[in-house]
Design a protein around this ligand. Structure first.
Ligand code: FAD
Length: 461
């Protein structure tokens, strides 16, 4: 009887768990998941506190990226899925909240009549945006460019600083003047290429249902994203998940298998590996780092989330909506704030207000190292610019993410392609995947984990 191939999965964040669940469901291989910390989930962390569901890290995912929904369904949590409540979003600029333009995609208008009414931009700034339709193509022949340069050239600096940077930069926690357009928002390059203008492209491609849909754009599970981690972990073979197990090295043996070494335990041999740790940790596992020259030097930025709870009587928020982002150029510490109880009503108890703010900018991350008390004081001072808040929060949770947001700089797509080609030659059947490579969103991580598992099974069979 031939033995089943053995696969080691390093890291039990969403990427590692998706890979493991795929292997479990398809049954072609034996596998083990090694996780350095005492819990699975990686960046996902939910606090179930006193009737509030508080996400420390990711809080939801883009509903149109359906592989995450498929994953959640397969692990039995379909009934727990919920869409966000829709509502207006705002930008904090010079101490005042301005509603973001209606009928817009990531701030870019599809209805120029409605856009002309926005108070967010000056008349010159708005005129410059309209001119986008006559700007020649910025990127040609499949090239790459920074997100900042692309949008500044097409829409002007004002639009970028007050709207595009806060909306897009926040997703990657990065400096948009360094982030790769091709790796982060390739859809806008396609629109430019096909229609000669992003505005025209969006007008052509947005269906009527996009603009009239009442449903939210995001999904999450009511019990918090950590329950996805728990359900995924429970669906694995008993004893497959090894917590508190730090992998220290992956060495290729003479027979072509891989010896996995651990901190304080005997090494084990596997036929293949799926490495899902952050990139620097992944590179450190290999003696020959030649393929890792780009990966081990990838930068990552830090941020913290700050969840605050109040009794409704303590907070007077005259704006109705889901929250706001902060325009460049102000002195605020926060970069965004979600009115969580309004966007996700299931997260809060009746009669209470739950807010979640982000702090930490790529050019100034020092706030992330401040004490919880100092962070909360700074956040409250910013929030009080736009909402009346009386007294102290009932409780708060500060969650820090140090060097956690991988930066996809210009050239990232090509670098990752080269990295994978070199790995296939030097370390066949080792797949290095996860947030640093082909998408940071939870659904992108699920896709990468599942595809790595699928490819290995094909290679092994
Ligand atoms: P990780 O979650 O980092 O998991 C890697 C795992 O590897 C960790 O558990 C780590 O302990 C383990 N590990 C490391 N070294 C070793 C070792 N030597 N041996 C064994 N194990 C090791 N995405 C969304 O789609 N929606 C959101 O709303 C959203 N919000 C976010 C908010 C914040 C504050 C952050 C930081 C990210 C957010 N993201 C969001 C992005 C998303 O959460 C991450 O990209 C994703 O969770 C990363 O998953 P991963 O499995 O690739 O990596």
């Amino acid at each position: 009887m031939t033995r089943k191939p053995r696969i080691a999965i390093i890291g039990a964040g969403i990427t590692g768990l998706a890979a493991a669940c795929w292997l479990e469901e398809h049954g072609f291989c034996d596998y083990d998941v090694f996780e350095a910390s005492g819990r699975a989930g990686g960046k996902i962390c939910t606090y179930d506190t006193d009737g509030f569901v508080i996400e420390g890290g990711p809080d939801s995912y883009l509903a149109r990226k359906t592989r995450m929904t498929d994953f959640i369904r397969r692990i039995g949590l379909e009934d727990d899925l919920t869409y966000n409540h829709r509502g207006s979003a705002f930008v904090l600029k010079q101490g005042r909240l301005h509603e973001t333009p209606k009928q817009a995609v990531l701030g870019i208008p599809t209805d120029l009549g409605l856009f002309s009414q926005t108070t967010l931009l000056s008349e010159e700034g708005k005129a410059r945006v309209v001119k986008e339709q006559r700007i020649p193509r910025v990127v040609k022949d499949g090239g790459d460019i920074s997100v900042g340069t692309f949008f500044r050239t097409r829409f002007g600096d004002e639009m970028v600083d007050v709207l595009i940077e806060p909306l897009l930069g926040g997703i990657y926690g990065g400096n948009i003047d360094e982030l790769s357009m091709k790796a982060t928002f390739p859809v806008f390059l396609t629109l430019e290429e096909t229609y000669g203008s992003v505005i025209k492209g969006l007008q052509e491609t947005r269906t009527k249902s996009d603009t009239t849909k009442k449903q939210g754009l995001f999904l999450t599970v009511r019990s918090g994203l950590l329950s996805v981690v728990a359900a995924a972990s429970q669906s694995l073979r008993k004893d497959a998940l090894h917590l508190n197990t730090v992998v220290t090295a992956i060495d290729k043996t003479e027979s072509g298998t891989y010896r996995i070494s651990f901190d304080g335990e005997d090494a084990c041999v596997y036929d293949a590996c799926i490495v899902t740790t952050p990139p620097k940790q992944a590179a450190a596992l290999f003696v020959n780092r030649t393929p890792f020259s780009y990966v081990e030097n990838m930068e990552a930025t830090s941020c913290a989330t700050v969840a605050l709870t109040f009794c409704d009587e303590q907070v007077n928020n005259t704006h109705e909506g889901t929250g706001f982002v902060v325009a460049r150029g102000g002195d605020e510490v926060i970069t965004a704030c979600t009115w969580t109880d309004q966007k996700w009503p299931h997260t809060s108890r009746e009669g209470y207000t739950l807010l979640r703010a982000y702090v930490g900018r790529p050019e100034d991350e020092s706030i992330v190292d401040a004490s919880d008390e100092d962070i909360v004081t700074a956040v409250l001072s910013d929030l009080k610019k736009v909402m009346e808040i009386k007294g102290a929060p009932l409780f708060y949770k500060v969650t820090r993410f140090k060097q956690a947001m991988p930066q996809y700089k210009v050239g990232h797509v090509e670098e990752v392609t080269m990295f994978y080609e070199r790995m296939a030659k030097m370390y066949p059947r080792v797949h290095v995947v996860g947030a640093a490579f082909q998408g940071v969103g939870l659904p992108d991580c699920v896709v990468q984990g599942e595809e790595a598992a699928k490819e290995l099974v094909h290679e092994e069979s």
